[in-house]
Every structure is written in C-alpha cells, then in structure tokens.
Design a protein around this ligand. Structure first.
Ligand code: RIB
Length: 338
C-alpha cells in the first residue's frame, strides 16, 4: 500500500503474522487475547512477545462486525465548545465507559445540513445508537433512522413522540425563574438575548420569559428582545452592543445561556459599565465558569453531567423509551445583585 506521495506504508501486522512468529495457531493467539485462562503461561509469553515485536493491534471494528454489534455510540450536540455540552458529554462518556462503549462526537453548529451529514456518517459506522441534541425543532430524520433500527435518545430535548426516549430540562420553567427574579429585583425594563427560534431551547425559554411577565401583570411589549445568531460569547458580545446602542433603557438582561452572557459581560466591561449596577445579568446552564467570573453570574442550573449520564443509560439499558424531564434551579449570584 502507498500514500498519495508514493511512499510505502508498512502493512499493519495481523493475527496470522503473530501466530506465525510465535509458532502457534491463529486460534491460540485469539485465546491469548480473549480467553487467556485457556492458554499455558509459556504459550502466553511467546504470543505476547510476538505481539510486541510486530506492534500488533486488534482490529476492533472487524471483530465487532463478526459479532454483529458495535460498542460505539454516536453523540451530536449543538456546539462542543459550549461548556454546557462539554459537561453533558462527560456524563455520557462516564456512563458508556461502565459498559466499555466508546463515544463518537460531533457538533451540528445549529446547522441542519451539517447535522444530517453527521447522522449519516454515524449510521454508516454502525454505531450501537445515537444521542442527539437536534439542531432544529423537527426530528423527522431521527424518526426515519429509528425506523431503520437505529436507537435514538434525544439529549437536552423533550421527545415530541411517546416512543422515543429523551432527557431534557423544563426550559419554560427555567426562564420563568430567571425573569421572575429580575422583576423581584425591581427591574422595569428587561432585555432578553435569545437565539434563533428554530432551536427548541430558545422557543421554550422565550415562552418562559413571556409567562413570567404575564404572571407579574407586566406588558409583554415592555420586553426588549435581541436575537443572537449563534449561542456563543462572540454573538453575545455583539448582541449586548446592539442592545446598548439601541438605548432601550433596559436595566437587566436575561441571556439564553451562560456562553452568551459571558460575551455580554465582555461588552459591559469594554463600555465601562458595571454589572449589576448599570446592567444586571442572568445566564442559563450554570456551567463551571459561572461562579468563577469576576462578577459571579446568576444562572439557571441544568444538571449537566446527570443529563448526559442518564441519556446514555437510557440508550444502553431501557427496554421501553422513557422521557426524563429535570427541573431547573435558579442560582443567584452577584451579577443580578444577589
Ligand atoms: O446550545 C444552546 C443551549 O441549549 C445550551 O447553552 C444549553 O442551555 C442548552 O439547553
């Protein structure tokens, strides 16, 4: 075999090469690898020496194909640079490791085309199942994959159908907690930095914001809405600049997630504005950095690691699809005057 520049690539040693060098059968090598108790210590040593000399590595995918199963799980989240998903995926990984499964991970970047490409690739790889945070409100592709026998668990999304497992947080309730807190702090004009309404989390959080205003007898027209194109710090910084330049008179801002709030804080600092005195802030997720900021961030906590762990557990164990819905918790810190 040669590479594109014509240089020879050494063939990877196979199990037959190991058997030949050790002077045993392929079956004996297989026993050393899988059932070492069936082989004498002397034979085991000879085979191990041959494995080391040839730098032999088992071809797990070939073995899994022979056994008709794959111990790999695919996970597709919106953005792995968002600490929320990093912490959720760690929970996934910790559960998979308990049953010796490995994880294949990708970001859809809230892009349906990119998500579909990843879904197709993971299915072609023959993954044991998929954990997906859908990039948009529809899940038609996932339903079709399930019809083809792919097990799917929705991650950070409630299932719209009873026979698909899911793990999510009540995002409507989370946003109610955030805005009710700001109203209790006496803010008359509140801004909401939200992502595109093609993302279910953004739809639900907006519903919670409007519900909190209605519960307090406030005019929904008093809400100042600014859309962030993508739910990250750079777009949060830009949205806060737009909000301040628009001079809408908001004294508090609820950000759709902590990542966005991080950017909003950067803009306040750049403009010489104080938080919470000039602009109070509340984020969402309560990721690990929220408490570490110079102005610790008030945020709506999601049980990130547990969400990931539970979604992976549903994928590996549940006979019946289960919809798990966690309740959010408001963690009050200095950024909202707590
Ligand atoms: O990715 C968008 C957001 O949705 C994350 O920050 C987290 O809040 C998730 O629920």
């Amino acid at each position: 075999m040669t590479t594109t520049n014509g240089s020879a690539v050494p063939r990877r040693a196979g199990i037959a090469d190991v058997a030949r060098l050790a002077g045993v059968s392929v079956g004996t090598v297989s026993n050393v690898l899988n059932r070492p108790d069936r082989v004498t210590e002397k034979t085991r040593s000879r085979v191990q020496a041959a494995i080391e000399e040839l730098s032999f590595v088992r071809n797990a995918s070939a073995r899994q194909l022979r056994q008709g199963r794959n111990r790999t799980v695919g996970a597709i989240v919106l953005d792995i640079t968002n600490p929320f998903f990093t912490e959720v995926v760690r929970g996934v990984e910790d559960r998979l490791a308990e049953d010796e499964y490995t994880l294949m991970l990708g970001s859809s970047d809230e892009d349906t085309v990119r998500e579909e490409r990843l879904l197709r690739r993971f299915e072609e790889q023959g993954v044991h199942g998929l954990l997906v945070t859908p990039s948009h409100t529809g899940i038609e592709t996932l339903l079709r994959m399930r019809e083809r026998g792919v097990t799917v668990v929705l991650l950070d999304r409630s299932s719209p159908v009873p026979d698909m497992a899911s793990v999510a947080v009540d995002d409507v309730r989370g946003a109610v907690l955030a805005v009710a807190h700001l109203l209790e702090q006496g803010h008359e004009r509140i801004a909401f930095l939200n992502g595109p309404l093609t993302i279910r989390q953004c739809v639900d959080r907006r519903e919670g914001v409007l519900r909190a205003l209605a519960d307090a007898g406030r005019d929904p027209e008093s809400l100042v809405e600014v859309t962030v194109e993508s739910l990250n710090a750079d777009h949060g910084a830009r949205a806060m600049r737009d909000l301040l330049d628009g001079d809408a008179g908001a004294t508090a801002t609820f950000c759709v997630n902590d990542f966005t709030a991080l950017g909003a804080l950067r803009t306040l600092r750049e403009r010489g504005l104080r938080c919470p005195q000039d602009m109070a802030l509340v984020g969402y997720d309560d990721v690990s950095f929220a408490a570490e900021l110079a102005t610790p961030l008030t945020s709506v906590r999601q049980p990130t690691h547990e969400m990931g762990w539970r979604a992976a557990d549903l994928l590996l164990t549940s006979a019946e699809p289960e919809q798990v819905l966690y309740q959010p918790e408001l963690v009050v810190r200095a950024s909202s005057g707590g």
